[in-house]
Design a binder for this molecule. Structure first.
Ligand code: SF4
Ligand code: SF4
Ligand code: SF4
Length: 237
């Protein structure tokens, strides 16, 4: 969370690093970590983290009227703040209500999977690089899925791998100690979510109280030249 704020120059709010205080996604909070109890066994509590899931077929992209959101070829779903008009259709369309409106900048913001680190020189995302416990990983997707299954095997406790089917599949893979709804998380439908732009209406920026544990991320195979081109295309738009 701190590493994300440092890398993305996001505002630090008072008391936000107090670990037993519930935090929510907002325009300056792109990744949240909360200590939460399961709905079935309230005695057990887990550190759960949450951010954009980087859907394979993102509902947010399809509804943006000015094509400000793009799914980059190696996974990240990125909002181009120079093009964003702040309509918040993407918030409405997102099954997890991730994109958050910035009332100062008048644009919508969210985790971009550190495309500006990974595309240029193979640097890991800032949050992954900063995690001292190695709970987060960043790799080719097939490797990440293998690693998720290995971790579940090692845990020897009931676990759920989120991201394999939710919203048609996501490029953020997360190991949960139970199914999302049993942790008080939004349980997205297991199919691609297509929204008709006409049906999306602007609402105030919302709050997400969601939780996950031990996130792992992925990175598709690409040549260096492809990545450099994609980075410069994204920055030039
Ligand atoms: S989680 Fe929401 S904001 Fe992120 S890519 Fe999916 S639809 Fe878009
Ligand atoms: S708020 Fe979302 S849908 Fe609207 S222009 Fe910005 S990125 Fe596009
Ligand atoms: S991937 Fe980058 S933008 Fe996303 S939460 Fe981690 S540090 Fe923040």
């Amino acid at each position: 969370m701190s590493a994300c704020k440092r890398w993305n120059n996001l505002r630090v709010e008072r008391n936000e690093l107090v670990t037993d205080r519930e935090t929510h996604l907002n325009a300056n909070n792109w990744k949240i970590i909360n200590l939460r109890a399961g709905t079935k066994n309230r005695a057990k509590r887990y550190y759960v983290q949450w951010s954009c899931q980087h859907c394979i077929e993102p509902a947010c992209v399809g509804v943006c009227p000015v094509t400000a959101i793009k799914k980059l070829s190696h996974g990240p779903v990125v909002i181009n703040e120079k093009k964003c008009i702040g309509c918040r259709y993407c918030f409405q369309a997102c099954p997890w209500k991730v994109p958050q409106f910035d009332f100062d900048k008048r644009v919508t913001r969210k985790c971009h999977l550190c495309y500006n680190r990974t595309l240029l020189n193979y640097q890991k995302p800032a949050c992954v690089a900063a995690c001292p416990a190695g709970a987060l990983a960043f790799n080719y997707k097939h490797q990440i899925i293998l690693e998720a299954h290995r971790r579940v095997e090692r845990l020897k406790t009931p676990s759920y791998i989120m991201g394999l089917t939710e919203a048609g599949g996501t490029d953020l893979i997360t190991i949960l100690p139970a199914e999302p709804r049993d942790l008080g998380l939004i349980a997205a439908p297991k199919k691609v979510i297509n929204h008709n732009l006409d049906k999306i209406r602007v609402t105030a920026s919302g709050i997400l109280a969601a939780s996950v544990i031990a996130g792992v991320m992925h990175f598709y195979a690409q040549t260096t030249r492809d990545r450099d081109e994609e980075y410069h295309d994204q920055e030039a738009e």
